[in-house]
Design a protein around this ligand. Sequence first.
Ligand code: CDV
Length: 312
Amino acid sequence: MSRILPVGVAQLGPIARNESRQSVVERMLDLLAQADERGCQLLVYPELALTTFFPRWYIEEQAEVDAFFEHSMPNPDVQPLFDEAARRGIGFHLGYAELCEEDGHTHRYNTAILVSPAGEIIGKYRKIHLPGHADNRPEKAFQHLEKRYFEIGTYGFPVWRAFDGILGMCICNDRRWPETYRVMGLQGVEMVVLGYNTPAISPDSPEIPNLQLFHNHLSMQAGAYQNGCWVAAAAKAGWEEGVEHIGGSCIIAPTGQIVAQALTEADELISYHCDLDLGKHFTQTTFNFAAHRRIEHYGLITERTGAIPPAK
Ligand code: CDV
């Protein structure tokens, strides 16, 4: 019996600093209704989907920063999304800024959750590869202060049995690291869902212009192919508070091919009926890990963080 999972990716256009969560949730509900029309059972929303991408600003006042965080999930602003998705029987992935009390301390994470078609939180992931810097760099056209506002995720890269398959999550910059996919691949992941906010030009890592979209897809296509899994990725796109973000939201097959891709930099739904068994073609042949991996030669990957070239 084939396992076809109809998946939607809900790209969001820009969210202004003063746009309310209620307004954003309305936009998300509209995309949810479109996903329902297409028969989707799972809908993927972007990273930090409920607010503008606030890490671009150095903000002194902690209370002002905390206003961008969700203090519980679901909460009254997001409850309509949980209710409507459950009413329609659609599960979803949602990225948001999480503020929580654990071990008697306040913690802040860049978080994503996977919600079942019945509206229950199945899994939570906290971003591990936090890009940018923690110090104020006012000379930059805009900043990237994830290292200031978030702690490193605490869960590793777990996977969950859900949607009749094995699903995992990562967030934005995580998608550029092969380790992200491989750790999930070693748990038999069949689909990785993720959201991203990627500036078209980043002042911290200026690239040759026009390559951001290419590198976005290159990383995810490689991760999908090398681990025999699907990748469903939702961008927050377009000009947000003076910064242009790439779109390019996509669904990638275990073949490494992009099977659906957003055309705009606005709110847009893409979808595809994903055969969760397709990855077996790779995980039972070229990428049969048990047969072919040589872990006795991979020690440096966990022993060493930065590259150390041989002495001259
Ligand atoms: N939100 C992100 O993690 N963005 C990074 C940018 C800063 C390079 C990304 O990898 O897309």
